[in-house]
Design a protein around this ligand. Structure first.
Ligand code: SF4
Length: 343
């Protein structure tokens, strides 16, 4: 090591003083930037959630311009075909739709799995239709993710059938929960049951508890499978067996699109599939506990959902009827028969 010469000392001190001063300034600047960044990170998500819900409760932060995501969806569907475009996705939807009417539920799901290379997500709310689909996925061991949106307001009976289904099939069903900041902001603003005050307030609640978690469930997925049937409501009769869901950037497939409720009830009975016991007490369509009631004989299937609102507006924002491809065969006119409970 070289010893410091006596005549080097003034220069060294000057250098040390200069370096120390600059360093202090630089460090101070960096520390201020880090503090500002940390504050922004902590505050921004809550602001974004509150702004989204307030400005457009049906909006989905995970969605983007169709132009931006169509190429991405095509690649997820076809495992990396770079030239795939919007038309290709629509063609694929139309191809899946071809001949679906004559195939069984198991054949429909197996075909979707065989045709699509990307991730497939099935969302269940443990209704009869969802239980039928989950039964096929689990018993056929199809590589389809099964997830549910636990809003925090579900019936105890729904949690019971969730647990019973996991026991029966030996498979875990992934639960997605509301973002805690968005939920805290919502409850602070409208109260714990504020959704009753207006349709807008209800849509804000559904956005925070359902739509936003759904966006996370479908992020990166190619296909979304749902248990919707066309004859459940006038709104749903306009939907398709397989079509592009622009709101979520996925191909959406409804494998029970043309089934009647009676057919679903029969299937669940024949296969001894676990089901929500609320169905035996007049609940035909089951959602959150404070927003669902039993229906009287002859009432529409979804009359028990948000019953204080006008008919025709009863959707929570999950199933937005935006389609690109329509099925060649549409059984939307199937009769809304057999609204009874599972025998
Ligand atoms: S169904 Fe009711 S409780 Fe559930 S998310 Fe919608 S408004 Fe909120």
């Amino acid at each position: 090591m070289t010893a410091l010469a006596a005549n080097d000392l003034p220069q060294t001190v000057w250098l040390l003083q200069g370096v120390t001063f600059d360093t202090v300034l630089q460090y101070a600047f960096v520390v201020i930037l880090l503090i500002l960044f940390a504050i922004l990170r902590a505050v921004r998500p809550g602001i974004v959630m509150a702004e989204s819900a307030a400005a457009d409760p049906s909006s989905d932060p995970s969605s983007s311009s169709p132009r931006r995501w169509f190429g991405s969806l095509a690649r997820r569907l076809r495992s990396g075909t770079p030239s795939a475009e919007r038309a290709d996705v629509a063609v694929l939807a139309a191809r899946l739709t071809e001949g679906f009417a004559s195939s069984s539920l198991a054949e429909r799901l197996a075909r979707v799995r065989a045709e699509i290379k990307g991730r497939i997500v099935f969302t269940t709310s443990f209704g009869l239709e969802d239980q039928a689909i989950a039964h096929v996925i689990f018993t056929q061991d199809l590589a389809i993710e099964v997830v549910t949106l636990d809003t925090g307001r579900l019936f105890p009976e729904t949690h019971r059938v969730w647990a019973e289904t996991e026991r029966r099939y030996g498979r875990r069903i992934r639960g997605l929960y509301p973002d805690h900041r968005g939920l805290e902001t919502l409850v602070a603003r409208q109260g714990i049951d504020g959704f009753r005050s207006s349709v807008t307030a209800r849509q804000k609640c559904c956005f925070v508890r359902k739509v936003e978690p759904l966006g996370r469930a479908l992020a990166g997925a190619a296909v979304w499978i749902s248990g919707m049937r066309a004859d459940q409501s006038a709104n749903r009769s306009g939907m398709a067996y397989a079509a592009v869901d622009e709101a979520h950037g996925v191909l959406k497939v409804n494998p029970l699109f043309d089934w009647t409720r009676a057919r679903v009830v029969d299937f669940v009975h024949e296969q001894a599939i676990p089901y929500n016991t609320l169905h035996d007490r007049g609940f035909l369509s089951i959602g959150c506990a404070p927003c669902t009631r039993a229906v009287a004989p002859g009432e529409p299937e979804r009359a028990g959902r948000w019953w204080w609102e006008q008919e025709g507006k009863k959707e929570c924002g999950l199933h937005v009827p935006r389609t690109v491809a329509r099925p060649a065969t549409n059984s939307a006119s199937a009769p809304a028969d057999a609204q009874g409970a599972v025998p």
